[in-house]
Design a protein around this ligand. Sequence first.
Ligand code: ADP
Length: 261
Amino acid sequence: HSAGDEVGRLVETFNEMLAELEIAYQSLDDSNQRLRQFLADCSHELRAPLARIRSTVDVLTRLDEPNTDDAAFRSRALADVAADTDRMARMVRQLLILARADAGATIERRPVRLADVIDAAYRQAGRMANGVTLRPPDADGLADAIVLGDADHLEQAVLILLDNAFKYTPPPGQVLVRARCEDSQARIDITDTGLGVPPEDRNKIFDRFYRGRNAGAATGTGLGLAIAAWIATQHGGTIELLNTPGDGSTFSLRLPLTEAG
Ligand code: ADP
C-alpha cells in the first residue's frame, strides 16, 4: 500500500485516540482545569502537523510526471514533511520525559564531555533558524569539561533553551550560546535578542503548562522549561533566568563538574 494510505490510517488512529482522551478528561473537575487545557494544547500541537503531513503526502502521491516544476515542488514539500515530523517527534519525546519523571525515573549518569553536547545541540538547532541568526557557540572556556550525566538529556535541555530563544526572538535577531567553567561548575548561557520575559512572569515560566503573556501565537505547550529544569536538577544543577537589562533573555544552565573535569 502507498504512503498516502499509511498516513491516512495514522491520522485516523490518532484522531480516535485523542477524541477518547478528550472525553475522558472532560469529566475531570475544575481542579484539573490545567490538565484539561494541557490535553487540548497537546492535541492541537500534534494534530496540526499531522494534518499538514497528510495533505502534502496526498498531493505528492498524485505527482507522477517527471517535470521540473514538480521536482522543485516535491523537494520543498518533502522538507516541510520532514520539519513537521521532527516537531511531532520532539513533542512526543518531551511528553515521554515528563511521564517518566512522574513515574520517579532517575537519569543514568556517566562521564559526558559538555563541549560535545553543545556541538550536537548546535547542529540540530541550525534548522530552526527562521530569519534569526544562531552564532557559532563560544565554548572555548569549557575545554574538556566533563559532567556526570546523560548526554541525550543534556542535549535535550540545551535544545529546549535554544528552541525558546528562536521562538521568542523576532527576525532579524540573534541567538548565542556561551559556555565556560566557573569554580567547580560548568555554565552554559543561552542569550537571545528577543522579547524578553515580563517581570510578572519570571517566577512562573518554569511551571508545567505555564505559557507567558509574550507567547502569543508561538507554538508550544508550556512544557519545555519544566523539562529542562527537571533535567538540570537530575544532574545536581540549576537553570536560571538572568536579569537582563534591555531586550532579550539569558537562560543560564549550571552543572557541577566531576573531579576529573
Ligand atoms: P512554551 O515555549 O511551550 O510556551 P516553555 O516552558 O518552554 O513553554 O516556556 C514557558 C514560557 O516562558 C513561554 O511561554 C514564554 O512566555 C517564556 N519564555 C521561555 N523562553 C523564553 C525566551 N527565550 N524569551 C522570552 N520568553 C521566553
